[in-house]
Write a protein that binds this ligand. Structure first.
Ligand code: ATP
Ligand code: MG
Length: 251
């Protein structure tokens, strides 16, 4: 699924332009990191890309289809192609690992089976296979609250994959993990990219990890795109511009 972001702007109030005229595209199977200082607009961008926040101007196209103007079932269908994982995992702590992954199927189910939690054998097998894929085959019945941070992020990844997305958005997926666990999670994401063809757009505060695991960097500063290019071409000067303090940012 190709992602195109065209002249996207977002203003929360008169003073703060969270995003200003941001344009870039991400090809199928790419791993892109969005970097920039705190408040640059990274989370806002991800929320717009997964349809949870509208933008004020511009448009987002997923496989050539407009996310902004789509409504109802059509919008749900486009959004289904986009999965998201978060820094804080956003799981239901008191229920099992398997149940957390199965819950991702609820929007696709008819009312009664959904209410009764009748997921059926095929969905259970899919969820179990995804949990095996992320290395949690032996934790299916474990309540999420008993897991480590890295294991929780693996559950969140399996949950996102349950809806068969083509793009995975990750908002600082390893920011709350120790360095070793963080690398393991990024290795898993890269594996999903390289072996399963998943497209990945990741927000990150860790420049070294972004450079190591992604193909391309997108630099945001004060809501403006200040860099879009291969990791290898992001010179020290470029990095300085991306992270420049608000008052000295050059765009
Ligand atoms: N719901 C909101 N209401 C008002 N302002 C908001 C809202 N969400 C974000 N903003 C503002 O938009 C700007 C961009 O915020 P955003 O969270 O996208 O930054 P970020 O790059 O993700 O920062 P961080 O690295 O700290 O997570 C900030 O100035 C922020 O205060
Ligand atoms: Mg953020």
């Amino acid at each position: 699924m190709k992602l195109q972001v065209l002249h996207v702007s977002k203003q929360f109030d008169e003073r703060v332009a969270a995003l200003s005229d941001v344009s870039f595209s991400v090809g199928e199977g790419e791993f892109v990191s969005v970097i920039g200082p705190s408040g640059a607009g990274k989370t806002t961008l991800i929320r717009i890309l997964n349809g949870s926040e509208p933008c004020d101007g511009g448009e987002v196209l997923l496989s050539g289809q407009h996310l902004e103007s789509a409504r109802g079932r059509k919008k749900a269908e486009i959004q289904k192609g986009v999965g998201t994982i978060y820094q804080d995992f956003a799981l239901v702590e008191n229920v099992s690992v398997l149940q957390n992954v199965l819950n991702a199927a609820l929007p696709d189910m008819a009312f009664l089976p959904a209410v009764l939690g009748l997921f059926g054998r095929a969905r259970r097998e899919t969820a179990a296979a995804l949990l095996a894929r992320v290395g949690l085959a032996d934790k299916l019945e474990e309540p999420v609250k008993n897991l480590s941070g890295g294991q929780k992020q693996r559950v969140a990844i399996a949950r996102a994959l349950m809806r068969r997305p083509e793009i995975l958005l990750a908002d600082e997926p390893v920011a709350s993990l120790d360095p070793v666990t963080g690398r393991q999670i990024l290795t898993l994401l890269r594996d999903l990219q390289q072996k399963d063809g998943l497209t990945i757009v990741m927000n990150s505060h860790n420049l070294a990890l972004s450079k190591e695991f992604s193909d391309r960097l997108i630099g945001l500063n004060r809501g403006r795109l200040v860099y879009d290019g291969p990791v290898g071409e992001a010179s020290a000067e470029v990095i300085d511009t991306i992270y420049a303090a608000a008052e000295e940012a050059q765009v």
